[in-house]
Design a protein around this ligand. Structure first.
Ligand SMILES: Cc1cc2nc3c(=O)[nH]c(=O)nc-3n(C[C@H](O)[C@H](O)[C@H](O)COP(=O)(O)OP(=O)(O)OC[C@H]3O[C@@H](n4cnc5c(N)ncnc54)[C@H](O)[C@@H]3O)c2cc1C
Length: 454
């Protein structure tokens, strides 16, 4: 049996962070991948969706140019061409990565499964690893909804295989995957209906943020039903119907396509974990300590599979933690400041805590908000949806959380993350000169409006 210093099961997003370091340390590494190299982000997640978001934005700007005196007629979507671009971007990322892996490691194509705590099987092949990293990510969750099993529906993978535009896309879900696809297809010209169980979209955010999200999408002509309970699905002659109670009123929406975007489930089911004592939580996410170690000494779990993050940047950061600790450091998952963005247009980005989280704290907290409509650069761009919200710890004067929902929010949020990471006080930020005219230049001035949170 071939022996390795390290075996990586799955080519998740930390692979590119970990591998060069291991190779530089002259470690012998085996990599196992059962699908396309590069994982979810490159093949079925961030890369294709953000390429689609870009195409949808071009369409939107072309249609709305009239307000700026720019006349464009007959904006048409050539969907095969849109997908050709998306596929060329994701394929080149995946192929380049695969070629590199094959050159630098022993690459095994197939499903990796533990036979013992040091032995992994890929079909009939057995390999031995001193240390084994589980990096297997998540899959789209299929909810237990009445009648769903009898009909055809799309998920984040199959929607990328569509050859033509849906006439009417029904989206079940109200979080970022659901909403990004909803806006993309609406901007391509599909009719879009969103059906969401909770009373608001983006339930992890504050209510005012959810309300603006709903306004943005409704203003583009997306139909939104929040506060629903699905009672059944049916399909006939190219039409799919969803029956649901909408605030207790029986309602039915029929469309041509149905997208289920209701969360993710960990790819831990068929790994043989039960044979080796690697523990998982109730949902199947692998339990790790603050340094990514599982309940078995030589086995680590990185990325979405450990349930401690659900983004590419958290997975990459897991890779940094693993490598730094291997070199004698003491990086911890719990030191990571939560940050994310939802790439609808305008983007919604947050670092740290929400206002609703802040209200639960015992310490004194200050808050200030400024609508995008009162930020000149946003106004000049004609991008006035959204707001900036800043939450401060009164005693330390440091930022506890910030939401930037509006034009450029996905980039501006990183600036605020640097401030938090480096313990800058808001008064220090106020002393910084920002370039004019930018959206972020207002941040120092928004602090002038700080008042106790109520
Ligand atoms: C539609 C969509 C859009 C997204 N957009 C964003 C975004 O804009 N920003 C962001 O930060 N995140 C985004 N995400 C989330 C992001 O893709 C994931 O958080 C990210 O890929 C991290 O995953 P990972 O590194 O844990 O593993 P993954 O990228 O999921 O990779 C795991 C790999 O392991 C392989 N594998 C699984 N089991 C086995 C096995 N037993 N043997 C061999 N191989 C195996 C899989 O085939 C896969 O290639 C998006 C997700 C989706 C679905």
């Amino acid at each position: 049996m071939e022996k390795y210093d390290y075996i990586l099961i799955g080519t998740g997003q930390a692979t590119g962070t970990i591998l060069p370091e291991l190779l530089q340390m002259k470690k012998k590494v085996a990599v196992v991948e059962e699908d396309r190299v590069g994982g979810l982000c490159v093949n079925y997640g961030c890369t294709p969706t953000k390429s689609l978001v870009a195409a949808a934005l071009k369409a939107h700007h072309s249609r709305t140019g009239m307000e700026f005196g720019v006349e464009t007629e007959n904006v048409k979507i050539n969907f095969p061409k849109v997908m050709e671009r998306v596929n060329s971007i994701r394929n080149s990322n995946s192929t380049g990565f695969e070629n590199w892996l094959k050159k630098t490691t022993d690459f095994f194509s197939g499903h990796g499964k533990f036979q013992s705590d040091h032995v992994v099987t890929i079909g009939d092949t057995q390999i031995y690893g001193e240390t084994i990293l589980i990096h297997t990510g998540t899959s789209s969750m299929v909810p237990n909804l009445p009648g769903l099993e009898k009909i055809n529906y799309l998920d984040n993978r199959s929607i990328l295989e569509l050859k033509s535009l849906p006439e009417h896309l029904i989206v079940i879900g109200g979080s970022y995957i659901a909403l990004e696809f909803a806006q993309i297809f609406r901007r391509f010209g599909s009719k879009v209906s969103i059906i969401q169980r909770s009373n608001h979209l983006v339930t992890k955010e504050d209510e005012d943020i959810a309300e603006i999200t709903e306004t943005v999408l409704k203003d583009e002509g997306i139909e939104i039903y929040c506060g629903t309970k699905i009672t059944g699905f049916s399909e006939s002659h190219g039409s799919v119907s969803v029956k649901f109670d909408h605030h207790d009123n029986p309602t039915e929406v029929s469309g041509t396509h149905l997208l289920i975007a209701l969360g993710r489930k960990p790819n831990s089911e068929n790994l043989g974990l039960e044979n080796i004592g690697v523990e998982t939580d109730k949902r199947g996410f692998i339990t790790v300590d603050d340094n990514l170690k599982t309940t078995v000494e030589n086995i680590y779990a990185l990325g979405d599979i450990n349930g401690r993050g659900a983004f590419t940047h958290t997975s990459v950061n897991d890779g940094q933690i693993f490598i730094n600790n291997l070199k004698g450091g003491d990086w911890k998952i719990s030191d990571r400041i939560p940050i994310h963005a939802m790439f609808i247009d305008p983007p919604l980005a947050r670092v740290g805590i929400t206002e609703k989280d802040a209200k639960k704290l015992e310490q004194k907290v200050l808050i200030a908000t400024r609508p995008m409509a009162r930020i000149s650069r946003a106004y000049e761009k004609g991008e006035t949806y959204g707001l900036i919200k800043l939450i401060i710890d009164e005693q330390s004067e440091m930022i506890l959380g910030a939401t930037v929902f509006g034009v450029g929010g996905d980039e501006i949020i990183n600036l605020l993350a640097v401030c938090i990471q480096n313990n800058l006080t808001y008064k220090q930020i106020q002393r910084t000169v920002f370039a004019h005219p930018t959206v972020s230049e207002l941040i120092p001035w928004i602090f002038d409006d700080l008042k106790p949170i109520s």
